[in-house]
Structure formats: structure tokens, C-alpha cells
Design a protein around this ligand. Structure first.
Ligand code: NAD
Ligand code: TDX
Length: 339
């Protein structure tokens, strides 16, 4: 008898990481994809400023799309009643720390309330696996050493606090209802199609526009950089082989100070090393994130493939070919950073 193909509902599938995951699962098996047939991938996305269907152009016609707000319980229940998903992969979120510092409200709504509504609806309709995309930021900062999955949650920004609240709510549903959730905590992603509010695409956009890259403080903050396609493969490994009720860190172990990341990026772009400026620091700026991802490496056999220098090269090549897309976000970015 042929195995039934599971139906996968992806929230935030028009976003940066969600779209990479959708392109992977709808893509070629030889490239690690699942080549899923039409009808088995359903995307629910509000198409906020951060959502863009252009990211899905290469798999157009291969997925069903619902423009919806995850905070709208009625609409979400209607979608679940119609589609009866087996698996939910939940990416949808407000994702930018600087915006959360300007106004936490949409973060509380989407990241906390939206996650609650999705989990309630998943329980009601008997979803078999609910993958929640959390973040390394739930742990807060760490000057030395690494966070493993048992480290306490101590978020610092309003964004991180909203993600930690949702992460803890998922843990409470696991314990209380035996809810079949799996929590993934990825480190900083970068790569094609990232919205140019985040450091790497913002820096590229500045250089394309003949400006300088704004580096917060003295550029000493450390991030663990994960190429987005590696992240998508990690999430797929968890979806296929992860145990429900578990938490998995998803990091690259590739740490870099912001100033070094920016200088490497400037080299990759082939421009002078002085095309950056130190600017006012972010409020409450976390000094360093660092994940121990042994659990995922050892139990699920996932490994990141793309090293930072190579990933930046891919990202720069892609950006130079997609300058029109990056520049189309310039008005919004200027508004965000009050230019
Ligand atoms: P993104 O901002 O690029 O995309 C978010 C997507 O969610 C967009 O398509 C947006 O339209 C959609 N969305 C927002 N609010 C919604 C709502 N109320 N209802 C329905 N859809 C809504 O984000 P990303 O960088 O792709 O991040 C995806 C997930 O991964 C998020 O949960 C984020 O917290 C997490 N994460 C991101 C990173 C990173 O480095 N980008 C690292 C760790 C974890
Ligand atoms: O202009 C800038 N200059 C600068 O120095 C910007 C936008 C950022 N930075 C610094 C702040 C951080 O130390 O660069 C680092 C990276 O900043 P972001 O790209 O804004 O990412 P970060 O704040 O680290 O959060 C990211 O990683 C975890 C994602 O945005 C989150 O969604 C994810 O959960």
C-alpha cells in the first residue's frame, strides 16, 4: 500500500526562513527536498511588511495559499476545518528586535496570542506534529560558554520576551495536554530574500546605495551565523525525525563579532574596509549568543554545510542580481531608521 503523504501547514511561509523551508520541501529530492505534490503544502500568511510572495515564485502553483492573520481564530479554524493538516510548521512572527524596541504591541499579539490560537486549533483538529520555530534569543546573552536546551530562559528584548512566552506556552501545552509540539531554537539566519532591516542585507543595501554600514556600539557583539538553507534542512530533519515534546537548538557554531562580519562582507562586496560607521548602540543590546547544538547534530544527524565566507558570497551574488527587490524596501527601511 502506498504511504499517505502528510499535509503540512506552514505559517509565515512568505517570510524569509519560512519561504526557504517551503522551497526545500517542494523542491527536488536530489537536493534534499521532498518534491511534495500540489495540495500537501498549505501556507497561511498575513503578508505583513515582511511577507512577500516573490520569495515563492520558483515554486508557484505547487502550494495552496491563504492570506490570513494567525490572531484571527475564526479564520484559522476555517482553514484547519477545510485542510485538515497533519503537521503544522509555525514560522509566522514579528521578527525584528529594533521594531520591538519601538513598539512591542504587534509582537505580543502575533508572537504570543497568534501562537496560542494556532496551538488551540491544532489540538481541536488533531494535528499530529506542531513544530514551533522559537529562537536562540530566548536564553538571553552569554559572555562565555554556550546555552544548551536545559539552560534557563531569560530574554532581554521585547521581541525575545514575546518568543520566550510562546516557547513556554508550547512547553505548557506539551506537559498539560500531551500536545505533540517540538520546539526549535535557531541562531541568526542570513541569506537570499532576507528583509533588509537585519544586519547583513541592510549592510548590502547601504553599500549598493553608496552609503556606509551602521555598526551599533563598537561592533563587539557576537552572533552565531546560520545560512538559511542549512536552517531549512535542520527544520526538515526535526520534522522527519525529531521526537515530540523535545527542544532542539539549531546553530552553526560559526560565531563572529559584528565588526568582523561587516568587514568580511565589505571584502566580499569588493569595497573599501572603511565603508562602515559606528552608530548609537541598540537599547539593551545582547552581547553574545552561542548555542550548543550537539543534540541535533548527534540525534538527528544534521550538520550545517555552508561556512560564513561562502554564505556571504552566495548572499552578495544573489543580492547583486536582486537589487530591485532590495531597493523596493528602501522607503520602509528609511522610515524605520528615521532617515
Ligand atoms: P520574517 O519577518 O522574514 O517573516 C515573518 C512572516 O510571518 C512574514 O511572511 C509575515 O507576513 C508573517 N506574519 C507576521 N505576522 C503574521 C500574522 N499575524 N499572521 C500570519 N502571518 C504573519 O521572519 P523570519 O526571519 O523568516 O523568521 C521566521 C521565524 O523564525 C520567526 O518565528 C522568528 O522568530 C524565527 N527566527 C528567526 C531568526 C532569524 O535570524 N531571522 C532566527 C531564529 C528564529
Ligand atoms: O544596522 C544594524 N547594525 C548593527 O550593528 C543592525 C540592523 C544590527 N546591528 C547588530 C545588532 C546585532 O548585534 O547586528 C547584530 C544582528 O542584528 P539583527 O540582524 O537585527 O539580528 P538580531 O538582533 O541578532 O536578531 C536576529 O537573530 C535572532 C533575528 O532578527 C531574530 O529574528 C532572531 O530570532
Amino acid at each position: 500500500m502506498r504511504k499517505r503523504i502528510p499535509k503540512i501547514l506552514v505559517t509565515g511561509g512568505a517570510g524569509f526562513i519560512g519561504s526557504a523551508f517551503v522551497r526545500l520541501i517542494l523542491g527536488d529530492c536530489r537536493r534534499g527536498g521532498l518534491n511534495l505534490p500540489y495540495g500537501s503544502v498549505i501556507i497561511a500568511d498575513k503578508l505583513t511588511y515582511a511577507g512577500d510572495l516573490k520569495r515563492l515564485a520558483e515554486v508557484e502553483g505547487k502550494f495552496k495559499f491563504y492570506k490570513t492573520d494567525i490572531c484571527n481564530r475564526k479564520q484559522i479554524e476555517t482553514i484547519f476545518a477545510r485542510e485538515k493538516p497533519d503537521i503544522v510548521v509555525h514560522f509566522a512572527a514579528e521578527s525584528h528586535v529594533d521594531r520591538s524596541i519601538n513598539d512591542a504591541s504587534p509582537f505580543i499579539e502575533t508572537n504570543i496570542k497568534g501562537t496560542q490560537i494556532l496551538m488551540d486549533t491544532s489540538r481541536k483538529f488533531g494535528v499530529k506534529k506542531f513544530i514551533f520555530i522559537s529562537t536562540d534569543e530566548v536564553y538571553g546573552e552569554i559572555a562565555n560558554g554556550k546555552f544548551d536546551e536545559n539552560s534557563p530562559v531569560k530574554p532581554n528584548s521585547p521581541y525575545a520576551a514575546s518568543k520566550a512566552a510562546a516557547d513556554l506556552l508550547a512547553q505548557s501545552y506539551i506537559r498539560t495536554y500531551k500536545f505533540p509540539a517540538i520546539i526549535i531554537r535557531p541562531s541568526n539566519n542570513y541569506g537570499p530574500w532576507q528583509y533588509p532591516e537585519k544586519l547583513i542585507p541592510l549592510a548590502i543595501l547601504k553599500i549598493i546605495g553608496c552609503g556606509k554600514v551602521p555598526v551599533y556600539g563598537k561592533g563587539l557583539n557576537v552572533r552565531e551565523w546560520l545560512y538559511v538553507d542549512d536552517c531549512a534542512r535542520g527544520i526538515l530533519a526535526v520534522m522527519n525525525k525529531g521526537a515530540t515534546g523535545q527542544i532542539y537548538n539549531l546553530g552553526s557554531a560559526c560565531e563572529s563579532k559584528n565588526i568582523d562580519t561587516v568587514k568580511l562582507l565589505l571584502r566580499t562586496l569588493g569595497v573599501s574596509q572603511d565603508r562602515f560607521e559606528f552608530v548609537k548602540d541598540r537599547l539593551g543590546h545582547d552581547i553574545r549568543y552561542s548555542l550548543d547544538s550537539k543534540k541535533l547534530y548527534q540525534k538527528l544527524g544534521w550538520r550545517p554545510i555552508v561556512k560564513l565566507a561562502q554564505g556571504l558570497k552566495f548572499t552578495v551574488d544573489w543580492s547583486l542580481k536582486h537589487q530591485g527587490w532590495l531597493k523596493s524596501k528602501l522607503g520602509d527601511i528609511n522610515k524605520l531608521y528615521n532617515k
